[in-house]
Each structure stands twice: as C-alpha cells, then as structure tokens.
Design a binder for this molecule. Structure first.
Ligand code: ZN
Length: 200
C-alpha cells in the first residue's frame, strides 16, 4: 500500500515538459499521404484509403504551417508514388521528421482504433507522442505503438512514423472517418504529437 502511494506520488511529480532525451530537433515535417493513383489502399464501407490519407495529410500540412513549421509532401494529388521514391524525397530534406499517413482495414471488422508504427529509437519517441495525442483527442482512440519493418520506415534516414488513423473496415470507425470534422481531429492530434516532442 505504502509502496503504491510512493509510485503514485512519483508519477505526479513527473515534469510536464519532456526530458531532452525525449525530444527531437527538426524544422521540417515530410508528410507522406499513403497510396495514390492506381494504388487505392484499403477499400471498405464505401471509403477508399488513398483519398482519406491525402485529405488528412493536407490538414496536417495546414496545421503545421500555421504553427511556423516547414512541410514537404510526397504527393499532393491522386498520383502513384513508389515507396522508395517517397523515402528518397524525404532523405533530401535536412532537419526533418517523416510522417506517413494511412487508414487500416481488416477482415476482423470488430477491430477499431489508431495505430502508430516506428522502426528506430528516435521514431519511437515520435510514435509515442502521436499515439498519446490520438488517444486523448480522437474518438476511437489509439491501440498503441508497434515496431514494424515497413519500407518507408526502413529507408528513411530521419525519425519516421507511420500512422494508421483507424480501421475503415469497422462500420462505426468508417462512419467517423467519412466525416471531415473527424479527419480534422486526426490531423490536429498528429500535429500536437509532433509539437510535443519538438526540441525548443
Ligand atoms: Zn495504407
């Protein structure tokens, strides 16, 4: 009981500002809208993933620009871009982090919620912050962070994450994702997560 109280007190005493080891230095965010062109991504409940990805990516771009950050988009139209080309675009951008935006689909249609993937330790810092932000700000929440060997995470040289914004295979989540107001909440949460770890 006493030990539990100590743990609770220690948790309360944690500073609100992240420790220096938990921050990242960057001035530009490379925003990667998943899929595009001939690659639609997941198609469920009347939604096509590539369109949702581009919509959220543009909202993230606007949010970051309004807060004084620079952005680079790997695509801004409904075009097909190879995965290694996305990484090449990102690797040309100094002082950057990389955020790939996707929506999920599963035959297990009961599954819902966001997921954030990383590969490097610095990517994990970013993934944790974005996942926390989605959990607290977005209906449907976050299922957590996961280590994954995705090509865009493997081939990018900067801290990189891939955000699965939700399962469009789940009827309730699909209905939410179809709503522009929900997609704005997703974008705001991604922007907040990025700003939360940015070193000042
Ligand atoms: Zn995808």
């Amino acid at each position: 009981m006493i030990r539990l109280a100590c743990i609770v007190l220690a948790a309360l005493a944690l500073p609100a500002v992240p420790a220096a080891s938990q921050t990242l230095r960057f001035s530009t965010v490379v925003i990667d809208a998943g899929h595009g062109g001939k690659d639609g991504g997941s198609v469920w409940n009347g939604l096509i993933e590539k369109r949702l990805c581009l919509d959220v990516a543009k909202r993230v771009e606007a949010g970051l620009k309004s807060r004084g950050l620079k952005t680079v988009m790997t695509r801004r139209t409904d075009t097909f871009v190879e995965l290694d080309q996305r990484a090449r675009i990102a690797n040309r951008v100094p002082s950057s982090v990389f955020v790939s935006i996707h929506f999920n689909g599963s035959r297990k249609t009961i599954i819902s919620g966001g997921e954030t993937y990383y590969r490097s330790p610095r990517g994990k810092i970013l993934a944790s912050a974005i996942s926390r932000s989605i959990k607290s700000k977005v209906p449907g929440g976050s299922r957590g962070i996961f280590d994954a060997d995705y090509k865009v995470l493997r081939e990018t040289q900067m801290p990189a994450v891939l955000v699965e914004c939700g399962y469009i295979s789940n009827k309730r989540e699909a209905a939410r994702c179809a709503d522009p107001a929900h997609r704005q909440k997703l974008a705001d949460a991604i922007v907040s997560g990025l700003l939360a770890v940015r070193a000042r």
